[in-house]
Design a binder for this molecule. Structure first.
Ligand SMILES: Cc1cc2nc3c(=O)[nH]c(=O)nc-3n(C[C@H](O)[C@H](O)[C@H](O)COP(=O)(O)OP(=O)(O)OC[C@H]3O[C@@H](n4cnc5c(N)ncnc54)[C@H](O)[C@@H]3O)c2cc1C
Length: 434
């Protein structure tokens, strides 16, 4: 049984569908046929970028998915380096080819297209409109999932119920300890609206991301082209940078950003939806890999393990990578093995550790961020700022940085002596303002 039919639950179910006679996904929401936001996934109204490594992992799980997304209206960005306008530290980064194609879509579209593929798997059933209320089992093993009026007996439970997972309580009822958790308080907010999109609306590229230069700036703005000839435009920021609550405030927020073409786009385009707002007080990671005796028959994936600052766009990618890891761990240990939870929790830790450090490291560049402070973070953030300045003009530095940010390469590539020399040299070149 998989608890939750969002990105983590759908990908996990697809990953192990070949290894179980039956996989049941239990989802509390009634699932809509159309690609529209739903209650259990409130973040679905906001911009979601799928990193290149996430797109590759999803393609491995669902061969041909990029084509399905294109057919459903997703917008293809031929190259991240030339199609995405990136603005930070007072300049628009020079467009340069990076050979990294990307697709742009709403979060509900991605979920709908993946769900269609999962529905086509004969071993998988989705029971929507059904909430899990607890687990059955004992101090050694989870053996079932409690529904309001039913009990499902299982070989394996996959908790994909997201950031609000109740599993600590459910496991405690069976006598299992909760994993240790860490929180980094970031006070992020998002306000999003969809607008009409017409050719020539925005001439500086095909989408735009404006990020703040810590410590003086806190605000983020982005505009992505999505299906249905629409712009998805979000205004956000760290540490309560003043979430816009009305159309006027939304426009004023866009004007307060240092990149004029984005506010011009907000002025010009016609709104199609109301404002959607979401507050994200803290990133949170649960360390299942540190449990000495985790419950047999129970594993956790997705935001229920690690819920990252959304600005870095890592959650769906980690979920897809974890699904692939679940497949190989089940293949290696067998579906009912008592070793499975330990081995899988370690695999998940290997997947999330780098993006967690990447995200929380960036967050600690803001002095208001609180939480366990990684050793050497001030020094690291100074070097990261130099990398980002160098990436404005240097092709090798931009390539290396983007490959790390897209989870295609380990951060160590940025610390090789030749790269450090390039970073230090290129960060002194002043890019033309604009
Ligand atoms: C504002 C915002 C922006 C984001 N932007 C990005 C981005 O750009 N890129 C990116 O990769 N990620 C982004 N993320 C993160 C991304 O949304 C998640 O990582 C992704 O959705 C995977 O989450 P999940 O499947 O683990 O959980 P969720 O998406 O939270 O889904 C949990 C599911 O479990 C169901 N459920 C919960 N409890 C029960 C229960 N008791 N019984 C049955 N069902 C239950 C819920 O209804 C829901 O369907 C963003 C997040 C936020 C908040």
């Amino acid at each position: 049984v998989v608890i939750g039919a969002s990105i983590a639950g759908l990908t996990a179910a697809a990953a192990v569908a070949g290894q179980f006679d039956e996989v049941v996904i239990v989802e509390r929401d009634r699932l809509p046929d159309a690609a529209e936001p739903r209650r259990g996934v409130p973040q679905g109204e906001h911009g979601h970028v799928l990193l290149v490594s996430g797109a590759r992992a999803l393609e491995e799980l669902f061969p041909g998915l990029a084509g399905d997304l294109r057919d459903a209206g997703a917008v293809t960005l031929a190259d991240l380096g030339t199609d995405m306008t990136f603005f930070r530290y007072g300049v628009r980064y020079r467009p340069m080819p990076l050979d990294l194609p990307l697709q742009s879509f709403t979060r509900p579209l991605l979920e709908t297209v993946i769900r269609r593929r999962v529905n086509a798997l004969s071993a998988v059933t989705i029971r929507d409109g059904t909430a899990v209320s607890g687990l059955a089992g004992d101090r050694h093993r989870v053996t079932g999932v409690r529904l309001e009026d039913d009990l499902l007996e299982v070989d394996l439970v996959v908790d994909a119920s997201g950031r609000g997972s109740r599993s600590d309580r459910w496991l405690a009822d069976l006598g299992h300890p909760a994993p240790g958790a860490v929180e980094v308080k970031i006070g992020v907010h998002y306000t999003t609206r969809l607008f009409t999109r017409t050719d020539g609306d925005f001439t500086d590229g095909r989408c735009v991301l404006v990020l703040p230069a810590p410590k003086t700036e806190r605000r983020v703005g982005l505009a992505f082209p999505v299906e249905g000839d629409r712009w998805l435009i979000s205004m956000g920021g760290w540490h309560n940078a003043g979430a816009p609550a009305s159309a006027d405030e939304f426009r004023a927020y866009a004007r307060s950003l240092p990149y004029r073409p984005l506010s011009a786009l907000v002025e010009r385009a016609e709104p199609l939806t109301e404002l959607a707002t979401l507050r994200f007080p803290a990133s949170r990671r649960r360390h299942f890999e540190r449990l000495r005796h985790p419950a047999a028959g129970y594993v956790t994936v997705g935001d229920a393990v690690c819920s990252f600052n959304p600005v870095y766009g890592q959650g769906m990618t980690c979920a897809a990578l974890e699904a692939l890891a679940l497949r190989s761990t089940v293949e290696r240990h067998g579906p009912g093995s008592a070793r499975l939870p330990v081995a899988f929790a370690r695999a998940v830790a290997r997947i999330v550790t780098t993006p967690w450090r990447f995200a929380t490291g960036g967050d600690f560049a803001f002095p208001e961020t609180t939480g366990p402070r990684p050793a050497g973070i001030d020094w690291l953030n100074k070097y990261t700022e130099k990398i980002q300045l160098a990436a404005q003009t240097s092709v090798p530095v931009r390539r290396a940085f983007i490959n790390v940010q897209q989870l295609l390469a380990p951060p160590s590539v940025l610390f090789r002596p030749a790269m450090v020399a390039q970073v230090l040299r290129a960060s002194r070149v002043v890019a033309p303002a604009g």
